[in-house]
Design a protein. Structure first.
Length: 145
């Protein structure tokens, strides 16, 4: 309440749904001409807004939006199942070709080779992270336009 009167928010609620008001607010509305008049004007306003015709565009909005979007590159790539098959076949081939050296690879690897592998993995990770960051920057630039 505002100086004994209902606040603008409560008056708008009174204009929408009177049942949402408390008993004290309903009692005040019964006795206060100013609040009742304001609630009635809100009720009339809401009724007019609801009965107004919906906005319709007299131009093809969807076509204009779609024309404004940047074209996406269409990649010609093998289906993902084919890629999985190629990866599995390559892995199986490498395993078959090197199976007698695998135990030696795991147990007898030189520290230099191990460090080189870790360094390569780190460089690849940094490159991928930078690439991902660059793509998100592009996407954000497109979204902000
Ligand atoms: Zn009042």
């Amino acid at each position: 309440m505002n100086n004994g009167h209902l606040t603008e928010e409560r008056l708008q609620i009174a204009g929408l749904e009177n049942e949402l008001l408390s008993a004290a607010e309903k009692l005040h509305l019964q006795h206060c001409d100013a609040c009742r008049l304001q609630a009635a004007s809100y009720k009339q306003l809401f009724a007019e807004v609801q009965s107004a015709p919906h906005a319709a565009f007299d131009f093809p909005l969807e076509e204009m939006v779609m024309a404004g979007l940047p074209e996406t590159r269409k990649r010609r790539s093998l289906p993902s199942l084919a890629w999985i098959f190629i990866a599995l076949a390559t892995g199986a081939g490498l395993f078959w070709a090197t199976k007698k050296y695998l135990l030696t690879l795991v147990t007898g690897v030189l520290p230099f080779t191990l460090y080189t592998s870790v360094l390569s993995a780190l460089v690849i990770f940094i490159f991928l992270a930078f690439d991902m960051y660059r793509r998100y920057q592009q996407i954000f630039r497109i979204v902000e336009q």
